[in-house]
Design a protein around this ligand. Structure first.
Ligand code: FPP
Ligand code: MG
Length: 296
């Protein structure tokens, strides 16, 4: 049960033995706990699966703390980020504690499970660096973007489902494929929502990705479709605050060239591949369908 994961996470944080850490951790919003839910669905509830789920959520929380420092984000899940309220130094240190505590617990798992998770954390760190580097200039390379997305977001979800399968002695390859495609599809939907939703729904400013320099798939598709003067105009909007007129122009051009639909079609294709790899597991199929329907 997910409540048991929440309480295990709290226990692990308390074990660190510094009340300041507990206070800071309690101020975080827990989020959807997607990775933990996947672990429990695949491996069923046991002391080990609950611990594995808690470890993965701690790693995820640490990565978001560091990501908000790197992105200089002031909001996380609709509430002020730790770097905004307590400063970047505190956010980095809290991330370090959560991340190292997770690894201290991971070593108690068998070698295959431990290395599956550990390798994914290296990959997600590389992915974060690629993301930051790619945001320095306008990127119009969809393959490079998808590779970065895989490393930054999908890899920990892939490792969560594969590790859970290893724990339950199920087919780790098939469940890994499910996790990878779910992760990619999830991130593409996230990228779409950044463009089509408003600030109140997102818990952060709309069209923030492009302002941060991130050329997500709809922007790449738009660039491909625009004529040369349109391309110049889009590039001139990159990585800076947008005026109302500019964001309206981008949105209307995306509509004209069906960029959101194209990105959504790729997400659907990836979701279908995920479903196919665990055919028959109705709960995992339901997770995909709920994710695809997120405010779109
Ligand atoms: C969010 O991306 C960021 C990630 C999913 C991964 C961040 C990874 C690291 C900082 C490296 C790993 C570090 C540790 C301590 C394990 P985003 O900025 O596109 O999404 P957002 O809108 O949710 O911020
Ligand atoms: Mg970020």
């Amino acid at each position: 049960m997910i409540e048991q994961v929440e309480s295990d996470i709290k226990d692990l944080v308390n074990q660190v033995g510094y009340s300041e850490i507990t206070r800071l951790f309690d101020s975080l919003s827990g989020g959807k706990r997607l990775r933990a839910k996947l672990v429990l669905k695949i491996a069923a509830s046991s002391k080990e699966s609950i611990r594995l789920a808690a470890i993965i959520e701690l790693i995820h929380a640490a990565s978001l703390l560091h990501d908000d420092v790197i992105d200089e984000a002031s909001l996380r899940r609709g509430v002020p980020s730790v770097n905004a309220t307590e400063g970047s130094k505190t956010a980095v240190m809290l991330g370090d504690v959560l991340y190292s505590k997770a690894f201290s617990e991971l070593v108690h798992f068998n070698r295959d499970i431990a290395s599956c998770i550990a390798r994914s954390v290296t990959a997600l760190s590389v992915g974060e660096m690629m993301d930051v580097n790619m945001a320095q200039q306008f990127n119009s390379d969809a393959d490079a973007y998808m590779n970065m997305l895989y490393l930054k977001t999908a890899t920990l979800i892939e490792a969560s489902t594969a590790a859970a399968a290893l724990l339950a002695q199920k087919d780790a390859t098939a469940y890994g494929i499910y996790g990878k495609n779910l992760g990619l599809s999830f991130q593409i939907i996230d990228d779409i929502l950044d463009i089509v939703s408003d600030e109140a729904t997102l818990g952060k400013p709309a069209m923030n990705d492009f302002v941060e320099g991130k050329c997500t798939l709809p922007y790449i598709y738009l660039y491909e479709a625009l004529d040369s003067s349109g391309k110049v105009r889009l590039q001139s909007c990159h990585a800076r605050e947008l005026s109302c007129e500019e964001s309206t122009w981008i949105r209307s051009k995306m509509e004209e060239h069906r960029c959101i639909e194209k990105a959504y079609a790729l997400a659907r294709q990836l979701s279908d591949a995920a479903i196919q790899s665990v055919a028959g597991d109705t709960e995992l199929v339901a997770i995909i369908e709920t994710m695809m329907k997120r405010s779109y």
